[in-house]
Unconditional design. Sequence first.
Length: 107
Amino acid sequence: MRSINKIILALGSVVLLSSSIQANEVKTGANLYKKCAACHGVNAEKHALGQSAVLNVMEEEDIVAALSGYQEGTYGRGMKVLMKNQVSALDVEEIKVLSAYIVTLKP
């Protein structure tokens, strides 16, 4: 019985470690940006759907303000609803990490 408990404990530890690693991977800027690249371009160089600003020329604090504003519904014009849905699940830290990553894509 003890060996079964040890196996269960070991498996539980592996699952917790694995989920912790995955959570940390998700919070990298590059991983967070993957969702954005389809519309904004691999290097954040495109006007998304021909309507948005080019992200890779923006300052980090402006990107943070834009993403936060989209979440709150206080920022944007025609893309407001679409972007609100895209950024709704991001927390404050993820917005900061994503914004910091985007500025590294400057031309």
